[in-house]
Design a protein around this ligand. Sequence first.
Ligand code: AMP
Ligand code: ZN
Length: 469
Amino acid sequence: MILYNTLGGEKQEFIPHEEGKVRMYTCGPTVYHYAHIGNLRTYIMEDVLEKYLRYAGYDVLRVMNITDVGHLSSDADTGEDKMLAGAKREHKSVLEIADFYTKAFFSDAGKLNIKTPDVVEPATHCIPEFIEMVQTLIDKGYAYIAGGNVYFDTAKLDNYYVFGNMNEEELQVGVREDVGEDENKRNKTDFVLWFTKSKFDDQELKWESPWGYGYPGWHIECSAISIKHAGEYLDIHCGGIDNAFPHHTNEIAQSEAYLGHKWCSYWFHVLHLLDKRGKMSKSKGGFLTVSLLEEKGYNPLAYRFFCLQSHYRKPLVFSFENLDNCVQAYNKLVARIANLKADGEPDLEAAKPYQDSFKEALDNDLNTSLAVTALYDVLKGDISDATKRYLIADFDRVLSLGLIEAAGKKPDATASDVDVAKIEELIAKRTQARADKDWATADAIRDELKAMHIVIKDSKDGVSWEVEQ
Ligand code: AMP
Ligand code: ZN
């Protein structure tokens, strides 16, 4: 498999540290609010990467943290600790907020068919590991104490800016706006490993440490949790592109200083989901969530389909118009699958070339839109229905669009539950298409209705419909 590696800034052949095994780490959510669909774009693409590696035969271990304690990397960080601000907003404790939004995250992820990583570790469960790592960094001369806090000394490194290929603008993305100077720092790029004195002294969660009662900086959690569960050699570290600097840069600095050798080989970064205002972000507010999409009547898997149709290394602009197109395409796809005959044995020999082109697409830096094209090629192919069904189920191990399930689903809705206005509208459009002798559109609408489990009957008195039993 060829993957683009932010470390090196080029496509490289993927070779894991240990043959046949992949150790993967993912920066988890900061649980002070719902995840927005931008965050979830990143998790969807990481999910496809994980599932493709498994599909390709690797034994994968995937670890993810939950950021449930402070999200500060320096005392000069702006204004608020996000967890604390979330707790105040909802008149709850920080742990209650963390618990609520962690559950909400996994519920949303589940609706998007995102697999839960093998290990999920909240930062608050790993305080002894953070302390041990910070102590080692002090002992090795990579960290210093100033003004009550422990800082990482970036001047001790030969090459701090490891992602040298990132431009100024990209480097700025992860740096919070209006960050003031922290006078304790020896170098501008130094960052806090452990706080005891901070202007955010009203922290709810604090722990005893050799440097006083306090709490960890933000970056240390990912290094410590990754090393704890995935060991000293990590194959792939994932996250959104905003995490590359300073978060991942600082993770590399402290992990390699601690371990004394190279830590992670491949850095996989997903570009942002944008809306009209630019990058979708929790702190800007007004963002879209899975629940909001559902309230508007969208199947969350149509959003997954939307994400898969563009490359993870390109920014993706969200609009409801584009999502509507995906809904139609998704429903048509399901309808076509529903029309395949269910009996018979697949022809595995005939299936092979289709599997090869599916793999070829994903082997080339996870080209998901080409993988979706490979799926359409199966439906168009000159192979039996049983072979088509077999291939679609096979590809869906990676794409996770729930295609076979959706196609086979018997309706649990009664006529009063279904969207009558939408059905009538589609039927009217189909009637018009038939009048215009536009048979392709008429058939596509019939398929779309079938995917909604609506069966239509044409008679001399007009068109009637019923929910499929
Ligand atoms: P957070 O919960 O803010 O820590 O972010 C969780 C993940 O979402 C991280 O990997 C971020 O880099 C990523 N992320 C944040 N905003 C966006 C966005 N607009 N599009 C894609 N990924 C994002
Ligand atoms: Zn992280």
